[in-house]
Design a protein around this ligand. Structure first.
Ligand code: DX5
Ligand code: ZN
Length: 217
């Protein structure tokens, strides 16, 4: 059974409280919060003030995915806003090891995200320091895109690296997750499934979360 993290990117921004309550009252495990800066990715979403406003209403872990350049500048700010897990992109981090240390020093779990073209072996010398790998299964920037099939092999490769090194790293899959591919992702080694469009465009999001949760049980 995987952890399920609905992505707020697909929520109703005019009534976030309603969607926060929906997630609180569902079997979801985490809130997945996509922060975009219009530089690392060709889209702009929300940042610290929105996350801080959501935090008192939300009863589950805040999994914050930074799709921004120079993420190290904002680590403390996102800790204060309420992030429990803070994920930076390897492609945006010149000093990844230092960034992970600062994230942990600020009381958060440290995540590293990989774009679809970024090979898993780049994590060889840092895997033990990573709490969560966010493996992008679409190009970051937008919800509702088509899943990239190559991801299955990347999950298996990452799982092998984690096992070889006896690391405690969780594998999160982000982008294009559906009820149809969730089982295959879990079989390949996924621990956390992010789902935006699949949850929020369904007629009954609470039931869809429940069904995602049942996959692989
Ligand atoms: C994409 C974001 C994802 C996105 C996933 O850049 O990182 O978290 O919300 O959305 P779906 O599940 O609709 O592909
Ligand atoms: Zn994301």
């Amino acid at each position: 059974m995987a952890l399920i993290a609905p992505s707020i990117l697909s929520a109703n921004f005019l009534n976030l409280e309603q969607d926060i309550n929906m997630i609180n009252n569902s079997e979801a495990d985490w809130f997945h919060l996509d922060v975009m800066d219009g530089r690392f990715v060709p889209n702009i979403t929300f940042g610290m003030p929105v996350i801080a406003a959501m935090k008192p209403k939300a009863q589950k872990t805040f999994d914050v995915h930074l799709m921004i350049v120079e993420p190290e500048k904002y680590i403390e700010g996102f800790a204060k806003a309420g992030a429990d897990i803070l994920t930076v992109h390897i492609e945006a981090s010149t000093h990844l090891h230092r960034s992970l240390q600062i994230i942990k020093a600020n009381g958060m779990k440290a995540g590293v995200a990989l774009n679809p073209h970024t090979p898993v072996h780049l994590l060889t010398d840092i895997i033990e320091d990573i709490d969560l790998v966010c493996m992008m299964s679409v190009n970051p920037g937008f919800g509702g895109q088509k899943f990239i099939e190559r991801t299955y092999q990347k999950i298996r490769d990452l799982k092998q690296l984690i096992n070889e090194r006896a690391a405690n790293t969780l594998i999160e899959i982000d982008g294009g997750v559906t009820l149809a591919n969730a089982g295959l992702l879990i079989d390949a080694g996924a621990d956390v499934l992010v789902a935006g469009n699949t949850v929020f465009s369904s007629p009954d999001p609470v039931d869809t979360i429940k069904r995602l949760k049942q996959v692989g049980k």
